[in-house]
Design a protein around this ligand. Structure first.
Ligand SMILES: Cc1ncc(COP(=O)(O)O)c(C=O)c1O
Length: 489
């Protein structure tokens, strides 16, 4: 018999604040490499963590998306997957779990986050609309453009202040949003909050901020403006609220998730993060009419409305993982691991963006390599060198990699938008690595940083692919490759 959700939450005096509340059953090997080999691999694969063959990566923090380890509970549930096409038994289990998690009655499974965004944008958004957010994820931004609408980000000022140590720097700047909303209300069918704010240092969003955004919408809306949360990592955000927002210490993270979503009309989730699955996602919403309008769109792109591109066993795994990923003991340990890695970096003099996020540590590469400016890719460089030092892979999110805005001039780096920080995201897969790995990852970054001005700037490699459409420009970050202006040490 599997351990039940209730048993996993029993009161305890065990040291779950110091060690994970689980043990390991299966392990995964990688191919041993040497420094020379890693140099060769980096060069061949465009000096980008995203393009590296994973088999040659010792510690892989390129992403936390779909990279977690499944539990015994998930594997055993998968054996019970019902693979009937229409309305399989696994859908009922999945639907119940999503309803419990979101408090919303209408649910669609989807094969991942971006496919759940598709019907939402198709149904709610049209040309000329404006879609405010704290900071759109790359794909909701691309969906907005694809519909002929404009994504607009209201980044809070605390995030832009490097010395600010607030816990909720992922918040939307409500004052700026309010002014904008009053001016454009009839063109705003959808407002999105990303919780936590992945593209802005993974910073968390407070309950108060969610409440305030709702209030602005209710007070000034001129059309049926829908308020949706992008909840890929909502459980980890809930932990930050529990730990740091007054009034939440005695609530469970599931209760906090429920409350966060009680302010929203709908949500979409890439369940590959706190849903604890390798593939999967969903939409949940309150309005039956909107749900009905989405049905044909889901069928056109993702399959039938009760499987949404997922097999029965995937639905089972997601139904279990969603509740496992919001377990307080597990989340407490996850934050402990993030903090451990953040401290391992700081101890070695590697500059991080403070505070550490709830799922990743973002390295302030601009500060680590001050001799490189924003057009020279300091994060691209540090991330590539850290791989050479010791097989540690991460994601550079600097102006060079994220700021391409001119489809006609892909190589002109002077036309790239300057990011507030030149960041490397070290996203932590769930239930995969432990302290010695985090120490080694920090060591790789420190050794890379120690080369100082012996490290080169980077430039994009000549691009002979067809020019990108303006609406797709943000997606270049997933496939562009780079080269150093002189060889890496
Ligand atoms: C905040 C956020 N929203 C949406 C997505 C898209 O999800 P997926 O990769 O499952 O399509 C991601 C993916 O990383 C994300 O971080």
């Amino acid at each position: 018999m599997r351990i039940s959700d209730q048993e996993m939450m029993l009161k305890t005096d065990l040291p779950f604040d110091k060690a994970p509340p689980y043990r390991i059953k299966a392990v995964e090997y990688t191919i041993p490499t040497t420094r020379e080999k890693r140099k060769e691999i980096m060069k061949k694969h465009g000096y980008s963590g995203r393009l590296l063959p994973a088999k040659y990566v010792f510690i892989n923090m390129v992403t936390d998306s779909g990279t977690g380890a499944l539990s015994d509970r998930q594997w055993s549930a998968m054996m019970e997957g019902d693979e009937s096409y229409f309305y399989c038994r696994s859908f009922e289990f999945f639907e119940e779990s999503v309803q419990k998690f979101t408090g919303m009655p209408y649910v669609f499974p989807s094969h991942q986050g971006r496919s759940s965004e598709a019907p939402i944008y198709e149904v709610l958004v049209k040309a000329g609309d404006k879609i405010p957010s704290n900071t759109h994820f790359t794909t909701t931004s691309a969906w907005s453009f694809q519909r002929g609408a404009e994504p607009v980000d209201f980044v809070c000022k605390d995030y832009l202040d490097e010395n600010n140590r607030g816990w909720f720097k992922g918040n939307m700047d409500v004052k700026a949003f309010e002014e904008y909303f009053i001016q454009h209300a009839e063109k705003i069918p959808l407002v999105e909050l990303v919780v936590p704010n992945n593209l802005n240092g993974g910073q968390a969003v407070s309950m108060e901020n969610i409440r305030e955004v709702r209030k602005v919408i209710d007070k000034y809306k001129k059309i049926d403006t829908q308020f949706y949360l992008d909840i890929a990592r909502i459980s980890e955000n809930a932990w930050m609220i529990k730990a740091h927002e007054p009034g939440y210490a005695d609530k469970t993270c599931l209760e906090i998730v429920n409350e966060m979503l009680s302010h929203a009309d709908g949500c979409h989730m890439s369940a590959k993060k706190t849903g604890m699955v390798n593939m999967g996602g969903f939409i949940a919403l309150r309005d039956k009419k909107v749900w009905q309008k989405m049905q044909p769109k889901v069928i056109r792109t993702d399959g039938y409305i009760t499987y949404g591109g997922l097999s029965g066993r995937d639905l089972e795994s997601l139904a279990v993982g969603l509740i496992e990923g919001v377990n307080d003991y597990y989340l407490q340990d996850r934050q402990r691991q993030v903090d451990y890695f953040a401290n391992a970096c700081k101890k070695r003099g590697v500059h991080i963006l403070e505070p550490a996020a709830c799922f990743a540590v973002y390295i302030n590469a601009g500060k680590c390599l001050p001799h490189l400016d924003h057009t020279q890719g300091p994060a691209t460089c540090l991330s590539a060198q850290a791989y050479i030092e010791g097989g540690f892979a991460s994601t550079a999110m600097d102006s060079l990699q994220r700021g391409r805005i001119d489809p006609a001039n892909p190589l002109d780096v002077s036309k790239r938008t300057k990011a507030p920080y030149e960041l490397i995201r070290c996203a932590m897969p769930r239930r995969v690595y432990f302290e010695p790995h985090y120490d080694w990852a920090a060591e790789c970054l420190a050794r890379a940083m120690a080369w100082g001005d012996k490290l080169p700037g980077f430039k994009p490699i000549a691009d002979d692919r067809p020019p990108l459409e303006m609406s797709e420009i943000g997606l270049h970050t997933f496939f562009d490759d780079y080269e150093p202006v002189f060889p890496l040490p």
